[in-house]
Write a protein that binds this ligand. Structure first.
Ligand SMILES: Nc1nc2c(c(=O)[nH]1)N[C@H]1C(S)=C(S)[C@@H](COP(=O)(O)OP(=O)(O)OC[C@H]3O[C@@H](n4cnc5c(=O)[nH]c(N)nc54)[C@H](O)[C@@H]3O)O[C@H]1N2
Ligand SMILES: Nc1nc2c(c(=O)[nH]1)N[C@H]1C(S)=C(S)[C@@H](COP(=O)(O)OP(=O)(O)OC[C@H]3O[C@@H](n4cnc5c(=O)[nH]c(N)nc54)[C@H](O)[C@@H]3O)O[C@H]1N2
Ligand code: SF4
Ligand SMILES: [Mo]
Length: 726
């Protein structure tokens, strides 16, 4: 007899916070659809949502702790695993000092309520300065700009996409990524709505992306040259007299200094290098400024490249001097129910510098680009033990090959992860948490950068198995073992969390948060979420600087212009000829870890090298040929996809593939392996100002490794081709 039930929750896979309606019969999932009544997403979902079922049911997903032994992997009990994990970490730290333990925090932690609320327990107990995370191949520049200007790393301004009349999108592809540092569901519709209201969408990207296809205008830009375009735009704003005073500028003591920041970067001078003509840059500025409202927004393409921080700074300056900061339709601050800003550190840049590369840390984390070298280079402070939580840095961070070698040589490694994958296969102990459907959810992170204020809580859909642990339970159990003499306050908070689960912390956050009268009880009564209204101007209250002013720190940023001058010669009349590598995302992927879902990976290989027909001709490459792509650090071989979608002189390979490593346990991903672009991204290619990795704009050389017809013959002959084809 069927006993169909309906469960509502928010999808935790990407930043878009889509409401899901899950029909199930006991433990059996029947359907996963968009929740039409969800007040934030109104029924929108993407194909990844169904992967939550695949993930939950995946026989490859680890359900028991694992120990690597001489005879291979062995299942062990939780008490044994936790004891061994703690003992191994303690041994490393005892022998080589506290900092001999490295920690890597991966992206899915940000989508994990219990994880966020308890991570400090385990980090605190480990007491190492050698901490890294995916932030430094991602949005580190956003955090630093927010920290400097607004006084807190999480006081991030987001595009008011629901009200803007003009959206300038630089290096972001929200239609594939579903939006980032801009939590918005159904972004395609939101962009179309801008057009319906008579507004405009303009995209600047070296590829004619899915987003560019919807936009009114698209300009190709030479990778890594955005900073020049942005400087020229800033100068044009003044030249055309569009700079305005606003309530935000009144709060900015250094406002008048912006005008002369870098006046030599005129549209004419930067045009040949960027590939966007002077006239086009002038028109971009004119249209942006003449629109009744407008917003300039940049993501991965401008953040994770050589001038990531300076570019994000310029984007903020452009919004500020045109009066678009904290105004409707411009960049605004979200007002989440739980005030995460009140409850977390404001960020601190350069408090420490990395041992070898002398890179600044931010908020206690060193740039991930420094990680492998810190493991490989002997001396005081060398990383000998490693702890990862929800991360796959072998596939996700620059020069994954080098990292792989470093992991092999560690004394001890523990991973909190539910897959035996490219990173965790190096662990001594793997501690697997429950699946996302077995835990409660409230989006602490992404309500904080949402384009509309709301709050929603969902209980776990399925009760976890008796022999299973949440991420937060693992963290607390490890913390207890590592830190045997905690302070009374810590002991109490650990005990309460262990008893009541993280929702008791969430409830406290709601009750002391930004809206009176909210509580967990109230949220539980509203399974489709509670609407808390559109974004509203919040300056000066939103500022977390002590004097309630916006601090431009102009000297700090201006100093970085030296690097720009060294990198680009304005007297040149044409761009360099280097072939530059960029990344891309696909709607059916999620970084490196959803490739074990058949529904998501089926069909034609997506791990291809996109290149323009002109470049292909120059390099004697034809459609489907296998191309050897070489950078300073190594080579990969990948199938050519010749397309007008990408600008000449640029090639694109998506990240997160390369599931052909030996000894992993992801059957479907193995069958659709692809190659890892991060085997050729360069850990020495960074944004020196922030330490952020530069995975976009990596110079590469192409060689035709094998024409398509030979490749096909080979593949027919061999069951297991030598080259990784998905
Ligand atoms: N489907 C899917 N969704 C995801 C993810 C995923 O892996 N798959 N990942 C999630 C995560 S962790 C994040 S951080 C977000 C990222 O979200 P987005 O930043 O929107 O995603 P990307 O596709 O990386 O977009 C970057 C764009 O920058 C362009 N680009 C590359 N180099 C340059 C350059 O030098 N200048 C300019 N102007 N453009 C450049 C690329 O062509 C690309 O279109 O997506 C999230 N959502
Ligand atoms: N070349 C290139 N490289 C990139 C990017 C790019 O655009 N180009 N994008 C970068 C970006 S934006 C990001 S965010 C990073 C992502 O980098 P990472 O965060 O290191 O890697 P992911 O691929 O997201 O791997 C997540 C891991 O967490 C595990 N996992 C998933 N959910 C959970 C959970 O709930 N609990 C636990 N304990 N484990 C879980 C998965 O099994 C997987 O092993 O990649 C970066 N790397
Ligand atoms: S867009 Fe993101 S949040 Fe929405 S269903 Fe897809 S993966 Fe989930
Ligand atoms: Mo990310």
């Amino acid at each position: 007899m069927s006993n169909q039930q309906t469960h509502y929750r928010t999808c935790n896979l990407c930043e878009a916070m889509c409401g899901l309606e899950i029909k199930h019969d006991g433990e059996k999932i029947l359907t996963i659809k968009g929740d039409k009544k969800d007040i934030f997403s109104e029924g929108h979902i993407c194909p990844k949502a169904t992967a939550l079922q695949d993930l939950h049911e995946d026989p490859d997903r680890l359900r028991t702790p694992m120990e690597r032994t001489e005879n291979g992997w062995k299942e062990i009990s939780w008490p044994e695993a936790l004891d061994k994990a703690a003992a191994g970490i303690q041994k490393v730290q005892k022998q080589h000092g506290k900092n001999a333990l490295g920690i890597y925090i991966g992206n899915p932690n940000a989508h994990n309520l219990g994880g966020i609320l308890t991570m400090h327990e385990v980090l605190g107990a480990m007491k190492t300065h050698n901490r890294f995370s995916a932030v430094s191949v991602d949005h580190l520049p956003h955090l630093i700009v927010a920290h400097h200007l607004f006084g807190h790393q999480l006081r991030i301004a987001v595009p008011d996409i629901n009200h803007t009349q003009h959206m300038l999108i630089i290096g972001a592809n929200p239609i594939a990524s579903n939006g980032s540092i801009m939590t918005v569901a159904n972004v395609k519709q939101k962009l179309k709505d801008i057009q319906k209201r008579g507004g405009k969408v303009v995209v600047i990207d070296p590829r004619h992306t899915e987003t560019a296809k919807v936009a009114d205008q698209h300009h190709f830009i030479r990778p890594g040259s955005d900073i020049l375009m942005l400087l020229a735009m800033l100068n044009e704003i003044y030249a055309q007299g569009f700079n305005v005073k606003s309530h935000a500028s009144e709060l900015t003591p250094e406002f008048d200094k912006i005008k002369n920041l870098a006046t030599q970067y005129t549209a004419e001078k930067v045009a040949p290098i960027t590939g966007i003509s002077a006239q086009e840059i002038k028109t971009l500025v004119k249209e942006f400024c003449e629109a009744p409202s407008s917003v300039c927004y940049g993501r991965m393409g401008v953040s994770v490249q050589e001038f990531g921080l300076l570019s994000q700074y310029l984007i903020m300056l452009i919004n500020l001097v045109t009066g678009r900061l904290d105004t409707q339709g411009g960049v605004m601050f979200s007002k989440p129910a739980v005030d995460i800003i009140k409850n977390s550190g404001r960020g601190n840049l350069g408090h420490r510098r990395s041992r070898l590369k002398d890179l600044p840390n931010f908020h206690g984390e060193f740039p991930v680009s420094a990680m492998s070298e810190e493991m490989l280079t002997p001396g005081d402070g060398q990383i000998k033990g490693f702890f990862t939580m929800a991360g796959n840095p072998v596939l996700s961070t620059p020069n994954g090959k080098k990292l792989e070698g470093a992991l092999e040589n560690l004394d001890f490694m523990v991973c909190v992860d539910y897959y035996l994958n490219e990173t965790t296969r190096h662990a001594n102990i793997i501690l697997p948490p429950v699946s996302p459907l077995e835990r409660e959810h409230y989006d602490l992170t992404y309500h904080g950068v949402a384009v509309h204020n709301s709050a929603k809580y969902a209980p776990a859909l399925f009760e976890k198995q008796p022999n299973a642990k949440h991420d937060w339970e693992i963290f607390i159990e490890l913390a207890k073992r590592l830190d045997k003499k905690p302070k009374l306050k810590t002991r109490i908070s650990r005990s309460l969390t262990s008893w009541f689960g993280p929702s008791f912390l969430l409830n406290a956050g709601l009750k002391t948060g930004n809206y009176k009268g909210l509580s967990l009880k109230k949220l539980k009564k509203s399974p489709h979420g509670i609407d808390l209204g559109p974004l509203e101007p919040q300056l000066p209250n939103a500022l977390k600087t002590k004097d309630k002013k916006i601090h431009l720190n102009i000297d700090f940023y201006q100093a970085d212009l030296k690097r720009v001058a060294q990198r680009f010669n304005l007297e040149e009349t044409a761009a360099h000829n280097d072939i530059l590598l960029i990344g891309r995302r696909h709607l059916r992927s999620n970084n490196s870890w959803l490739h074990n879902s058949k529904r998501l990976v089926k069909g034609k290989s997506r791990c291809t090298l996109m290149l323009h027909p002109d470049l292909a001709r120059e390099q004697s490459i034809e459609q489907g040929d296998l191309v050897k792509v070489t950078s300073r650090v190594g080579s990969i071989e990948v199938e050519a996809e010749i397309t007008n979608e990408i600008m000449p002189g640029v090639v694109s390979i998506p990240h997160g593939w390369g599931h052909n490593r030996q000894g992993t346990r992801q059957t479907i991903a193995n069958d659709h392996a692809g190659v890892s672009v991060n085997d050729i991204t360069d850990e020495q290619f960074i944004d020196e100002l922030s330490g952020n990795a530069a995975v976009n704009g990596v110079p590469v050389v192409l060689v035709n490794a094998m024409p398509k017809h030979i490749l096909q013959q080979r593949m027919e002959k061999e069951d297991e081709p030598e080259v990784a084809m998905a």
